[in-house]
Design a protein around this ligand. Structure first.
Ligand SMILES: Cc1cc2nc3c(=O)[nH]c(=O)nc-3n(C[C@H](O)[C@H](O)[C@H](O)COP(=O)(O)OP(=O)(O)OC[C@H]3O[C@@H](n4cnc5c(N)ncnc54)[C@H](O)[C@@H]3O)c2cc1C
Length: 558
């Protein structure tokens, strides 16, 4: 019993290669926090990472990590960078000598350091405890997810097993994966009375077993908010990518009762990026998951309500109210709406590809599947930045990565910095003038037929993994008859709606539509879904913020 209570306590982890210092930090921490937190100490980055992994598997919480900067093998910054992947919500402190303060300052960007502490920290009452007190308070306010481990029992080549893992990972729901053909997986299937023919089986922390659940049921069972708390809001935002999250932060922080509705997982396309290197303020790049985590916490901090796994399928105008209808027929109303629905991956149209999606063929999911590609040959289809980033990420573990590009070169579609990275990575090769003609495999991808568009020749290659990044299109059909769009489905707004200075048909106000306003007053668009938008994280965030400013203007006048 005492052991169980101990395991349930959140952890403060400290790592220092000097045993004396390590013991001293742990002693000081225990003295002040030992009753509430479990203080865990390690004497190397590797063993600290080991401890973090173990805690993660058991569903443990980690509140604060203190790491010494100068450690052999893995220094404190390298360790914190890896620890961040395991526990992104844990607050991070670097212990440094005075001479290393520059390294500590650099680390603020690299690992999003919360604090650096100069050694020695005596007296702790003055130098250590105030810092840790603050960090614990921040952690408690933002990371109070229950200690819970959802179990997913599935098979690598089951498309829905992959879908469930992707959904849980992108929503930062901790889960543990068991293969259905491993002993523990079989035991869990048996305990749930499942035959294993329909996978995955999901066991929620309270012991409920769900077979092949859809995203909506899964979200509700693992504690993600799926139903609005109110019936009427000042602002409803549709889409939880950078534009939607940006709008939620600004809307809620400026006092608007704000609800954000997301079909799948917050982060949108950016959430799938392994490293965004051109977003202002992150000179060393930031992963989409980290950016999303921070944005979501920021939106929540200001009081925005975020609904997950709710697809919006209709927009109705009911007098001054804008009614947002969900796929199950229920609805929520608001004074104003921001459409931030972005774009979705285009499907690769070739025989065999659709059937093998999730079974070796993936769209933009390089992050969750990368570990499984370890030591394998991988194909990445596409010549734009998203394909380049994925190739760089996959190349960390894959035996080889071949980028298949339809055009004659990479440089016309990929940023210069990425072309440089790709071409200087020995395990990445680029095959230009190449298209996928067909995908073959019975239960999983086994081979690809590639065609050289210059010569017309075809080649059959063995392949277990193919990641497709061939452009994207907006999915805005549900706005038909309400909101005007261009022939490709992108939403028209502001000046793009006016012809010869005349407002769009049916526009009844004296003023023309505001810059990001659609043909429906009070309904705005931000980010990639807008016609002629920049298709960048920064511009999507910026448009989200600007749309909120225009919402205020609209509300003042209506
Ligand atoms: C792999 C990858 C790497 C990238 N790297 C970079 C980079 O390094 N730098 C950069 O500047 N840009 C990058 N981009 C582009 C950048 O991510 C996008 O420009 C940006 O995400 C657009 O933001 P958004 O909010 O407009 O749309 P999205 O990110 O597309 O988000 C839209 C959201 O709306 C949701 N949604 C859609 N329809 C509905 C509905 N009916 N109901 C409810 N929710 C809905 C979707 O599920 C999605 O979460 C990258 C894109 C990808 C795919």
């Amino acid at each position: 019993m005492a052991q169980a209570a101990d395991a349930a306590r959140a952890v403060i982890l400290t790592v220092d290669d000097d045993p004396g210092v390590s013991r001293a930090v742990a002693r000081d921490l225990r003295r002040r926090y030992g009753e509430v937190y479990r203080v865990v100490r390690a004497e190397s980055g590797e063993s600290a990472l080991g401890a973090l992994h173990e805690l993660k598997l058991r569903g443990g919480l980690v509140a604060v990590i203190l790491a010494d900067y100068r450690m052999p093998q893995m220094n404190g910054i390298e360790f914190l960078e890896q620890a961040l992947d395991v526990y992104p919500g844990a607050r991070r402190v670097l212990l440094t000598a005075y001479a290393d303060t520059n390294a500590a300052i650099d680390a603020i960007n690299v690992v999003d350091l919360d604090h650096y502490l100069l050694k020695p920290w005596d007296p702790p009452e003055e130098k250590l405890y105030p810092v840790v007190d603050d960090l614990l308070e921040t952690w408690r306010a933002t990371d109070r997810r229950p200690v819970a481990v959802t179990k997913v029992i599935g098979h690598r080549w089951s498309a829905r097993s992959w879908g469930v893992r992707e959904f849980l990972a992108r929503n930062e729901v901790p889960y543990r994966w068991y293969s259905s053909d491993e002993a523990e997986g079989r035991r869990l299937l048996c305990a749930a009375g499942a035959d294993g023919l329909r996978l995955p089986l999901v066991i929620t922390p309270d012991g409920t077993a769900l077979i092949e659940p859809n995203d909506h049921d899964l979200a509700a069972r693992v504690g993600l908010a799926t139903t609005p708390a109110a019936r009427f809001y000042d602002l409803a935002i549709i889409g939880g990518g950078p534009a939607g999250l940006g709008a939620a932060v600004y809307g809620a922080s400026e006092g608007l009762r704000t609800v954000l509705v997301e079909r799948s997982a917050t982060g949108g396309q950016a959430g799938q990026s392994s490293r965004i290197e051109n977003y202002l303020g992150f000179p060393d790049g930031v992963s989409g998951a980290q950016l999303t985590d921070r944005a979501r916490r920021q939106a929540a901090k200001f009081g925005a309500e975020v609904l997950t796994a709710r697809e919006v399928t209709g927009l109705e105008i009911n007098g001054a109210a804008r009614v947002v209808r969900f796929s199950d027929g229920s609805a929520v109303a608001a004074h104003s709406v921001i459409l931030a629905t972005g774009v979705s991956y285009q499907q690769l149209e070739a025989p065999g590809v659709a059937d093998l999606t999730g079974c070796g063929v993936f769209y933009g999911s390089a992050l969750t599947e990368a570990a499984a590609c370890q030591g394998h040959d991988v194909y990445v289809v596409g010549g734009a930045n998203s394909a380049g980033q994925a190739a760089m990420y996959l190349a960390r573990g894959a035996k080889s990565v071949a980028i298949l590009v339809r055009g004659p070169s990479l440089s016309s579609s990929m940023s210069y910095y990425l072309v440089q990275q790709v071409t200087s990575t020995p395990t990445i090769s680029v095959r230009t003038n190449t298209v996928v003609e067909a995908a073959h495999g019975t239960h999983q991808l086994e081979q690809l037929t590639l065609r050289d568009t210059a010569t017309g020749g075809t080649e059959l290659v063995d392949a277990q993994w193919m990641f497709v990044f061939i452009g994207a299109a907006p999915r805005t059909d549900w706005l038909e008859g309400t909101v005007l769009r261009d022939p490709r489905g992108f939403i028209l707004a502001g000046p793009d709606l006016t012809a010869d200075g005349r407002p769009p048909a049916g526009w009844e106000l004296d003023r023309p539509p505001y810059h990001l306003e659609t043909n429906v007053p009070g309904v705005f668009v931000a980010g990639d879904a807008r016609a002629e938008s920049a298709k960048r994280v920064a511009s999507a965030v910026g448009e989200g913020a600007m749309a909120v400013m225009l919402v205020h203007r609209y509300l003042e006048q209506s």
